[in-house]
Write a protein that binds this ligand. Structure first.
Ligand code: C5P
Length: 235
């Protein structure tokens, strides 16, 4: 686990906004407070990749959350294309073929591959509806072991699973947790949620926070408070 990461860099703000204009306005409002941004489906398909380059030019770190999953050759070449962006992280789903191809595609580029174990919006009923025989916890554990064996750089997992996943993968892989809700904020569609402080204490390296910041009246104040909470939890 990269224990030298500053509390500021441990907060990854998820720019889940419909277009470049509100995204750029949000980045402007957050100013120097936020150093790390996640660009996901909504923005990637609305000009988000040039925005990623702009963020890099402004000295920010970028996480491209495209959760790739396709035949190996397609995943590998997709990751090769993405590796020129200067992003820190990109996500793939934690299927063995997909993870193997992503590791081959990133080569020595510096782009780190995060594998998504089980989406944090899934509970046991959703697993069954999707045809999985395993419990959420079992599937997370299986995928964490496979990711480690393949040489994946980190995992996205629910804060509830961080401690168990850390025990499986050791301290060399980064653990990134969405499903973070500061005390008092709405869960939305996330079913396995936790406060920033608790997630850090359980061993998360990075926290991804979207709606609690995007939908706040004072986004910068919320981001600052989360970073302060992270700092306290680390001490
Ligand atoms: O708004 P909220 O804080 O729930 O945003 C969480 C972000 O993390 C969303 O962009 C979502 O797509 C992403 N994410 C997730 N669960 C995962 C992987 C990514 O919620 N397993």
């Amino acid at each position: 686990m990269p224990s030298s990461i500053s509390p500021k860099d441990r907060l990854i703000v998820s720019l889940d906004l419909p277009a470049l204009e509100p995204a750029e306005a949000m980045i402007e409002r957050l100013g120097d407070s936020v150093t790390f941004y996640k660009i996901g489906y909504q923005l990637v398909y609305a000009g988000g990749l040039p925005l990623a380059q702009k963020l890099r030019a402004a000295g920010k770190k970028v996480f491209i959350d495209v959760k790739l999953h396709d035949i190996g050759n397609t995943v590998k070449s997709g990751i090769e294309s993405l590796s020129s962006l200067g992003a820190t992280f990109v996500t793939v789903h934690a299927y063995p073929q997909t993870m193997q191809a992503a590791v081959e595609g990133r080569g020595n580029s510096g782009l780190k591959i995060l594998a998504v174990t089980v989406l944090t919006s899934y509970d046991q009923a959703d697993m069954e509806a999707a045809g999985y025989r395993h419990t959420v916890a079992d599937l997370v554990a299986i995928r964490a072991r496979q990711a480690k064996a393949i040489g994946i750089d980190g995992l996205v997992c629910s804060p509830e699973e961080v401690a168990a996943v850390r025990a499986i993968v050791g301290d060399q892989m980064s653990l990134v947790t969405p499903g973070i809700r500061p005390a008092g904020s709405a869960a939305g569609d996330q079913k396995r949620i936790m406060t920033p402080s608790r997630a850090i204490k359980l061993g998360a390296d990075y926290l991804v926070v979207g709606r609690p910041i995007m939908q706040a009246a004072e986004p910068k104040a919320v981001a600052d408070a989360i970073q302060a909470e992270i700092g306290q939890a680390l001490n």
